[in-house]
Write a protein that binds this ligand. Structure first.
Ligand code: NAG
Ligand code: NAG
Ligand code: NAG
Ligand code: NAG
Ligand code: NAG
Ligand code: NAG
Ligand code: NAG
Length: 275
């Protein structure tokens, strides 16, 4: 009798022990799955969170909608087969607003231009707009058969013509130039041989879009550094005047980099008096 009772007790204890082990194993499995799922999801959305946090600074767009319109341009596509038009829905979701007399274009002068526009609230570049500022400096692409966004292994700027990033900048630049109006300013680089280079976005996409029904004047600021090799007399600028829509007046001024920096740093110098 006593012997049988202790055996039953022993059996019950073992049963409980097995159940406990099973529960512990299940809990561990669930924890591992949750942690793995979280890290996987976190890695996937790193680009998305950068996109959304930069977008939300603007306070005037439905950023989730903009993100959706952005993704449809390249997700599940060969990153070398994203034509410029793929970004049309994105431009429609976050259209550029005309800012007459304040629009600033640039070619090979990015750092000087942005150093200036950051300090002085005179001009707006593409990179100061919602889409330009959200995607400035980023790399992204999709892959056939995947719904993810990749930030590494994407084709370089000149690897293929219709690549994800290049097509975006071409499309956004065209849309920005389409709304240009009034007096338009462009900063070009006097330290290179061809300040108005036909292969640049400025020459190939932007200037041909300036429309005389909206743009009055194109004012080129030639940034002159110590190592200057060209200026407003450069022959490539003759090409610019030929491409420009008839009716838009053209002017060009050589301005030293130090003058631009001085003007950016001194709030007492009026915008119109910088050059
Ligand atoms: C997620 O990112 C972390 C650090 O950024 C990395 O250690 C981890 O391996 C990544 N996980 C996956 C599944 O890629
Ligand atoms: C790039 O896309 C355009 C359409 O936007 C197309 O006409 C052109 O042939 C494509 N270029 C290449 C190299 O595939
Ligand atoms: C002009 O181009 C040269 C050569 O690429 C570069 O070193 C220089 O910083 C540029 N100048 C400006 C004002 O951006
Ligand atoms: C300028 O706009 C008008 C209508 O707004 C259009 O007919 C014309 O083709 C445009 N010109 C250029 C150079 O885009
Ligand atoms: C470079 O700048 C110096 C000083 O401003 C000027 O004398 C010279 O003519 C310039 N050279 C060119 C090619 O513009
Ligand atoms: C502009 O450049 C030409 C040669 O490229 C030079 O002869 C001329 O002095 C320069 N003008 C100025 C104002 O620097
Ligand atoms: C002017 O533009 C044409 C194409 O429109 C190009 O072939 C030529 O090289 C350009 N000239 C200069 C000096 O940039």
């Amino acid at each position: 009798m006593e012997h049988e009772q202790s055996r039953r007790l022993e059996k019950r204890r073992r049963k409980r022990c097995v159940i406990l082990i099973v529960i512990v194993v299940l809990i561990v499995i669930v924890i591992i799955a949750v942690v793995l799922g979280l890290t996987l999801r976190q890695n996937k959305s790193e680009f998305e969170s950068t996109f959304l946090s930069r977008c939300e600074k603007f306070n005037q767009y439905d950023c989730k909608k903009v993100w959706g319109a952005f993704q449809q341009a390249y997700v599940n596509k060969d990153p070398c087969k994203v034509p410029v038009e793929a970004y049309d829905p994105l431009i429609a979701a976050a259209p550029f607003k005309p800012q007459c007399n304040r629009m600033m274009f640039w070619s090979k002068t990015k750092d000087v231009v942005h150093g200036f526009t950051e300090k002085k609230d005179c001009f707006v570049t593409l990179e100061d707009t919602l889409l330009g500022s959200v995607l400035d400096g980023l790399t992204w692409c999709g892959k056939e058969g995947s719904k993810d966004t990749f930030t590494t292994g994407c084709p370089g700027w000149s690897e293929c013509e219709n690549n994800t990033v290049r097509s975006f900048w071409n499309r956004a630049s065209a849309a920005f130039a389409d709304v240009a109006c009034g007096d338009v300013t462009a900063m070009l680089n006097g330290s290179i041989n061809t300040p108005f280079n036909p292969t640049s976005i400025f020459a190939s996409v932007e200037v041909p879009r300036f429309n005389a029904s909206r743009v009055k004047n194109l004012n080129v600021v030639m940034v002159i550094q110590k190592n200057n090799i060209s200026n407003c007399t450069d022959p490539s600028l003759k090409n610019l005047t030929q491409v420009l829509d008839t009716g838009i007046t053209y002017s060009c001024k050589d301005v030293s980099e130090s003058r631009i920096q001085e003007c950016g740093a001194k709030p007492e110098i009026a915008c119109g008096a910088c050059w």
